[in-house]
Design a protein around this ligand. Structure first.
Ligand code: CAA
Length: 257
């Protein structure tokens, strides 16, 4: 499939998707969404791929949903088409997805980064939910995911004032897993993805599924879910290989990759 709004590459077992609408600071329009979902689905289904990285440009990961596309939208049109509902598909990828963020991650850009499994940020990254300045509020998960990921105080601050948060504050707040110098961003994200892709794939996918469960259920149910999947891992050759390799002081050769 030929893409116009994203660039897609592979690095061994890692799939890389670059948002590519430089003229609009990677504003997220319907065409870009369709391509991003298609590329993610392809990588998710591709047996050679073990992890995926989504990134933008040096100036912008994404400066939000496309304001020019939304400007003339009316209520009935938004409601009937379930406008923005398709973005939830990003979270259906079963393989890990890392957001590598430099520059602006605003509105839908911040929300897209939060739909990924974790965020690695360049020093230049700026996160925010400026929708309030446009006479709307976040609509791709910002109010819900920010509140869960960084707590009520900062979620309210960002959503109600529309201010931006720099990379260091985002890391202190727990939004971002790592902050790295800008020039190292892509290498760091690709290295992390390659490391993930080197492990047993079913175990990686189950670990992702189980951490995500923590956001959907009670602690008791989540712990039971974890234990059941943990038990199931003893049915894997990769568990025998991983533990034998440790005992024999060698590098494991996982089969399910
Ligand atoms: N939608 C459409 N176009 C956008 C855009 C967006 N979200 N963000 C930037 N652009 C366009 C600009 O209109 C401009 O295009 P033209 O050259 O044709 O005028 C181009 O990208 C470059 O932008 P600027 O000239 O504004 O660049 P800057 O460096 O001066 O400012 C910025 C950068 C502070 C990020 C500024 O562009 C900005 O404030 N953008 C909008 C941010 C925003 O409000 N995002 C939330 C969108 S709503 C949303 O996302 C809802 C939701 O929850 C899903």
């Amino acid at each position: 499939m030929a893409f116009e709004n994203i660039l897609v590459e592979t690095f061994d077992a890692v799939g890389l998707i670059r948002l590519n609408r430089p003229q609009a600071l990677n504003a997220l329009n319907a065409a870009l969404l369709g391509e991003l979902n298609a590329a993610l689905e392809q990588f998710d289904a591709d047996e050679r791929i073990g992890a995926i990285v989504i990134t933008g440009s040096e100036k912008a990961f994404a400066a939000g949903a496309d304001i020019k596309e939304m400007q003339a939208l009316d209520f009935v049109g938004a409601y009937r088409s379930d406008f923005l509902g398709e973005w939830e598909k990003i979270t259906r990828a079963r393989k890990p997805v890392i957001a590598a963020v430099a520059g602006y991650a605003l509105g839908g850009g911040c929300e897209l980064a939060m739909m990924c499994d974790f965020i690695i940020a360049a020093k230049t990254a700026k996160f925010g939910q400026p929708e309030i300045t446009l006479g709307i509020m976040p609509g791709m998960g910002g109010t819900q995911r920010l509140a869960r990921f960084i707590g009520k105080a900062k979620a309210m601050d960002l959503c109600l004032t529309g201010r931006m948060m720099d990379a260091d504050e985002a890391e202190r707040s727990g939004l971002v897993a790592r902050v790295v110098p800008s020039e190292d961003l892509l290498d760091e994200a690709l290295r992390a993805a390659a490391r993930i892709a080197s492990f047993s794939r079913p175990v990686v996918m189950m670990a992702k599924e189980t951490v995500n469960r923590a956001y959907e259920t009670t602690l008791g149910e989540g712990l039971r879910f974890e234990r059941r999947l943990f038990h199931s891992m003893f049915a894997l050759e990769d568990q025998k290989e991983g533990m034998s390799a440790f005992v024999e002081k060698r590098t494991p050769a996982f089969k399910n990759r």
